[in-house]
Design a protein around this ligand. Structure first.
Ligand SMILES: Cc1cc2nc3c(=O)[nH]c(=O)nc-3n(C[C@H](O)[C@H](O)[C@H](O)COP(=O)(O)O)c2cc1C
Length: 137
């Protein structure tokens, strides 16, 4: 079984969310899982352009060239995706939002669903776990 652990705090390994996330990863490793860990803060991620070329013109491939090409590859064939990210005003840090928007090529099957060509979503192929911390309300 394979898990990708994504750390979303701007503080990387010094963050509050890194501790529970990395402990969870260690527990999985002890159980024999293959673990890949990704610190969002270390990756160059441009904003999504909203052009939808990754669905319509170059299916599954973003027109922008940056760290997301590697990130997209690392989301292939996973059984579990863990996002460890702090709460920022009812949401996530901006770079996590950029990361999530730029995952759009992985949602290519959604465009095929609209066209009636499949009933499968990318998210059907793995479980998702969110680990979050907060300080105030
Ligand atoms: C811009 C910003 C927005 C935040 N918004 C909230 C919030 O709405 N509610 C809350 O309880 N904590 C909020 N916090 C506090 C963080 O969620 C908290 O400090 C968290 O533990 C930081 O985790 P990290 O060390 O992994 O980055 C906010 C912090 C920042 C910097």
């Amino acid at each position: 079984m394979k898990a990708l652990i994504v750390y979303g705090s701007p503080h990387g390994k010094m963050s509050a969310t890194y501790r529970p996330g990395s402990n969870f990863a260690k527990g999985l490793k002890d159980e024999g899982w293959a673990i890949d860990e990704l610190i969002i803060n270390d990756v160059e991620i441009k904003h999504c352009l909203g052009c939808c070329a990754c669905w319509l013109k170059t299916p599954g491939v973003c027109v922008q060239k940056d760290g997301m090409e590697d990130v997209i590859q690392r989301h292939q064939n996973i059984d579990l995706l863990v996002l460890a990210a702090p709460l920022y005003f009812y949401s996530v840090p901006g770079k996590v939002k950029d990361y999530w928007d730029r995952n759009m090529p992985l949602y290519l099957s959604e465009s095929r669903k609209f066209a009636g060509q499949t009933d499968k979503s990318w998210t059907d192929s793995f479980k998702f776990l969110l680990i979050s911390t907060r300080d105030f309300q």
